[in-house]
Design a protein around this ligand. Structure first.
Ligand SMILES: Cc1cc2nc3c(=O)[nH]c(=O)nc-3n(C[C@H](O)[C@H](O)[C@H](O)COP(=O)(O)OP(=O)(O)OC[C@H]3O[C@@H](n4cnc5c(N)ncnc54)[C@H](O)[C@@H]3O)c2cc1C
Length: 398
């Protein structure tokens, strides 16, 4: 069985739904969204749930409720794309053909890439706020600690919202400080890069908080093995090739990530890109070899740091360019590499990093140092953004 749509979008997450809504607003009538899951998640709130500052129910809606009216929801999983014959093969065995295809299935987590990692996050002493189901578990573990060692890790390679690995850590430290137990808790943060984030202005703000909380920062380092039974994490320093074994009471690990495995086997990634991201012109978001294929969001082969704030800009660019392509016009909209990471450095303040693909500051309001820790940024991230997401972004209006 084959069905045909003018625009087919693979993935009904942040990118897919907001793009479908925007294309609908721009007048495209025949759009189909392929998305296998029943529930749509607002992932930035996972960090707040894991740090005791949001409820689980705030981050989830039914997929049906967020799918724009008039957009066909194909509740299925894409398994393959044949860009030469304009068709997508689905897990159910059927096929969808298209005039334009947008590929945005997000990232895949590789729990097996680190020995013992999967077992440890599902053990009574481990969690990962990168999984919706495990985010509340992290807060249960952290909020009941009064002493001991807790380790937070971030993997090398592509990750969603690079700084999100740190957010529950600061929220917990602030909570422990309020409870008077911070001094009895050893906090270790494992980071693959030479500094805590990579932008001097932002690093200064984060380093100040790290010093105040007494966090031990391991730079140039990564988690390479976990013994879940004995609660021992092996951390390798990639600069001096040393390793240390740390016994923990709580481990919060962010898994290694890449584009989905099925995407890697298609013709869409650039040859040799082992992460499997869709090969696009990083400014127009059009595929480099297939002019009716597009990509945005976490699965796109763009140079920016992967984040919802980045794809919000990409959505407008891609929608405008797809419209131009339909009319045979030149593509005039250009994505500038903008990305964002709000660091929740306390239970009331945020360091709001906005930057370009070269990690140079790119504040929305020019000359305003939004990276300075502030209460206003907390309000924007915690209270305003979720509302903007559900009511404007997913409706193609922001
Ligand atoms: C813990 C955490 C904190 C974050 N914090 C922030 C933040 O503070 N600020 C920020 O801007 N960003 C943040 N992000 C990143 C942001 O959530 C992502 O960048 C954004 O969701 C990417 O959107 P996407 O549509 O590309 O992918 P997703 O939103 O992940 O959606 C991908 C969709 O594709 C579907 N899919 C997968 N495979 C298939 C298939 N084969 N066929 C069909 N559909 C498929 C999935 O089910 C999913 O619904 C955070 C992410 C996490 C995990």
């Amino acid at each position: 069985m084959a069905r045909h749509h003018e625009v087919v979008i693979i993935g009904g997450g942040n990118a897919g739904v907001s793009l479908a809504a925007r294309l609908k607003r721009y007048g495209i009538k025949d759009i189909a969204l392929i998305e296998p899951k029943e529930h749509h998640l607002y992932q930035p709130l996972f960090s707040h749930i894991a740090g005791g500052r949001a409820l689980v129910k705030e981050a989830v809606r039914s997929q049906e409720s967020v799918t724009p009216k008039g957009v066909a929801w194909i509740k299925d999983r894409a398994m393959d794309v044949d860009a030469k014959s304009n068709s997508v093969a689905l897990a159910s065995g059927s096929t969808v053909t298209y005039e334009h295809l947008v590929v945005c299935p997000g990232l895949q987590y590789h729990w097996d890439a680190v020995p013992g990692l999967a077992a440890s996050v599902h053990s009574p002493y481990g969690a990962s706020h990168y999984e919706f189901e495990l985010a509340p578990k992290l807060w249960t573990l952290l909020s009941s600690m009064t002493s001991g060692t807790v380790i937070f890790t971030m993997p090398p390679g592509p990750v969603k919202c690079a700084g999100a690995s740190q957010k529950p850590m600061y929220l917990a430290c602030d909570y422990w400080r309020e409870q008077g137990v911070l001094e009895s808790i050893r906090v270790v943060m494992v980071q693959p890069y030479p500094t805590v984030f990579g932008i001097p202005e932002v690093d200064r703000e984060l380093d100040r908080n790290i010093a105040e909380y007494g966090i031990e920062l391991r730079t140039n380092s990564e988690l390479v093995a976990v013994d879940a039974a004995d609660r021992v994490a092996t951390i390798r320093n990639n600069k001096d090739n040393s390793s240390e074994e740390l016994r923990y009471d709580v481990l919060n690990a962010v898994p290694p990530q890449s584009a989905p495995d099925w995407l890697k086997t298609t013709d869409l990634p650039a040859p040799g890109d082992h992460h499997g991201f869709v090969e696009v012109d990083t400014r127009t978001l059009r595929h480099s070899r297939y002019p009716n294929v597009w990509s945005l969001g976490d699965a796109a082969g763009t140079a920016n740091s992967k984040a919802g704030g980045a794809l919000r800009k990409q959505t407008k660019v891609l929608a405008k360019n797809l419209l131009s392509a339909r009319k045979g016009e030149a593509l005039s909209a250009k994505y500038n590499g903008y990305s964002v990471c709000p660091f929740t450095v306390s239970r009331r303040t945020v360091v709001f990093a906005e930057f370009d693909a070269n990690y140079q500051p790119m504040p929305t309001i020019p000359k305003v140092p939004t990276w300075k820790e502030s209460r206003l940024s907390w309000w924007v991230d915690r209270d305003m953004f979720p509302q903007v997401y559900w009511h404007l972004i997913l409706k193609g209006r922001a």
